[in-house]
Design a protein around this ligand. Structure first.
Ligand code: UTP
Length: 485
């Protein structure tokens, strides 16, 4: 970064901006108040001009050549961890021991803008519980409380936020008394922002005194972990690995002992869970090996690599390993990636970005007018030094992302999927769940993860207990059925 930043005045900013052809963002300077001036200077100070110039040159002023692979292979998946397989038992034992020893931390990425959901507030504050109306953050906290009790351990929770939602997220945790967790074990860190770039390669103003910017993608967690002190904090606490998850995956199993165990026993740098896709076109990235390198190919790129759409002679998918963005990252590996971050890949998205025009008027474009640049955490797979772990999971109970109000990744679909999943627990415990003519539960169900994280735990805690299933059912953290109205 420019070394002049500390003593910056507007003249210094003007000089640097002019060097990079971006001085137009100061055009309203004379009419800005002190706060607006300060905000604009802060935005400009934070920019890595060397990086941004490179991205504009390679991605806006020219079209980068499309990557081509000679050979795309499916990744070797570890089959779903089931109790009666010795490798799974060994993994679970190792994972449980790591939890008891305090080697595991949790890493949540919650810095995104949540544009598609359009909720007014940080996405983690969205009231996802069908009856409890508990937020994503509250659900994740309940899982943590369950694990801490079960393994008599403390699980530090690192939460990445961004300028887009930092203040609101911190206020939400305060207002909810940190969901009953020890605040000393909740560490917030902030990712960096990137300027949005218009079709001519120019910065844009979101307000007269503020640049249009976006968080640098979930891959931004890798430098942020080092720059914001997470790696140092984790080392000081004796943490060796981080269980990575995304805020909008409502029912993700955090710090899953099986997953931790495989990661540990195989001495992996980075591990991934994978669910078998419903069909080749499912809107999820594909985990595969491209010319020997581990990759996730985004679903938007499937047509570029038609091999990924092929079926075998029996009509089965060859490349079915969907990437639900559930990982384990070794702390050492995070530092390794940080030291190589100059060669970390960037992704470009062409978007409709509102801006302030030369006359100072706000413009809401109806067509994509600008580029957002982001990094993706799965690209860290290119930097691994040891074979990664790719563990197959059932989608049910592990991957319930909420991206939008309607469709496959919506709230209603997630509620339905989880009612299907929890209905099986109730039936396994001897309960009766009314079903419709398609065999799906005719009632809606919510079970607190603080009470039970797995079917096994539910069964062990509900011996001799029955729940009323003649209507919707909500089981709280103490295992009691509470009114759903
Ligand atoms: P998505 O890519 O789904 O983005 O993020 P989003 O912000 O939630 O929603 P859209 O695309 O704007 O509609 C997946 C996860 O990565 C985090 C999000 O908070 C979410 O947990 N994320 C995304 C970040 O932490 N930072 C980012 O820059 C982008």
């Amino acid at each position: 970064m420019d070394t002049r930043v500390k003593a910056w005045t507007v003249d210094d900013a003007r000089l640097v901006l002019a060097e990079h052809g971006q001085e137009h963002v100061l055009r309203f300077w004379e009419s800005l108040n002190a706060a607006e001036r300060n905000s604009l200077l802060t935005d400009v100070k934070g920019i890595d001009f060397r990086l941004v110039d490179r991205l504009i040159r390679d991605w806006v002023s020219s079209e980068p050549p499309q990557e081509r692979f000679n050979r795309i292979e499916p990744i070797p998946l570890i089959p779903k961890a089931v109790e009666d397989r010795p490798d799974a038992v060994a993994a679970r034992d190792a994972g449980e021991e790591a939890l008891r020893q305090g080697w595991v931390g949790l890493f949540l990425v919650a810095g995104g803008q949540g544009t598609r959901l359009g909720f007014d507030g940080p996405k983690g504050a969205y009231p996802i519980g069908p009856f409890s109306k508990k937020s994503f953050f509250a659900f994740h906290a309940e899982k943590i409380r369950n694990l801490q009790r079960r393994y008599s351990c403390e699980l530090p929770w690192y939460i990445m936020v961004s300028d887009a939602n930092e203040a609101a997220t911190l206020a939400f945790f305060q207002a909810n008394a940190h969901f009953g967790l020890n605040p000393a074990n909740i560490v917030f860190l902030k990712q960096r922002m990137m300027p949005c770039i218009d079709n001519e390669g120019r910065f844009m103003l979101e307000e007269r005194g503020r640049l249009a910017m976006n968080p640098n993608g979930h891959g931004g967690c890798l430098p942020a972990m080092v720059e914001e002190g997470v790696v140092a904090d984790a080392r000081q606490r004796g943490i060796r690995m981080l269980s990575y998850f995304q805020v909008d995956n409502w029912t993700v199993k955090v710090a899953d002992p099986y997953f931790i165990g495989y990661h540990l026993l195989r001495n992996a740098d980075m591990s991934s869970k994978n669910h078998w896709k419903d069909d080749v076109r499912e809107a999820v990235g594909v985990h595969c090996r491209c010319d020997g390198e581990y990759r996730v190919v985004e679903y938007s790129e499937l047509d570029i690599y038609p091999q990924l759409l092929k079926l075998d002679a029996h009509g089965h998918m060859i490349h079915g390993a969907g990437n639900p963005a559930i990982h384990i990252l070794s702390v050492d590996f995070v530092e390794w990636v940080f030291n190589h971050f100059d060669s970390f890949p960037w992704h470009r998205a062409h978007k409709r970005i509102p801006y302030i025009d030369e006359r100072g008027e706000r413009v809401n474009p109806s067509n994509p007018n600008a580029y957002k640049f982001e990094t993706f955490v799965f690209d860290a797979l290119r930097f691994i030094r040891h074979e990664p772990v790719a563990l197959e999971i059932d989608r049910a109970g592990e991957y319930t992302p909420i991206k939008e109000f309607e469709g496959d990744n919506s709230v209603v679909t997630a509620w339905r999927r989880m009612s299907d999943y929890w209905a099986e627990w109730l039936e396994a415990a001897g309960g009766h769940v009314p079903r419709d003519d398609q065999g799906r539960p005719a009632i809606r169900i919510e079970i607190s993860p603080e009470f039970a994280l797995t079917k096994q735990e539910f069964l062990s805690k509900t011996v001799g207990r029955t729940y009323p299933t003649d209507g919707n059912l909500h089981i709280d953290a103490d295992g009691n059925a509470v009114p759903t109205a």
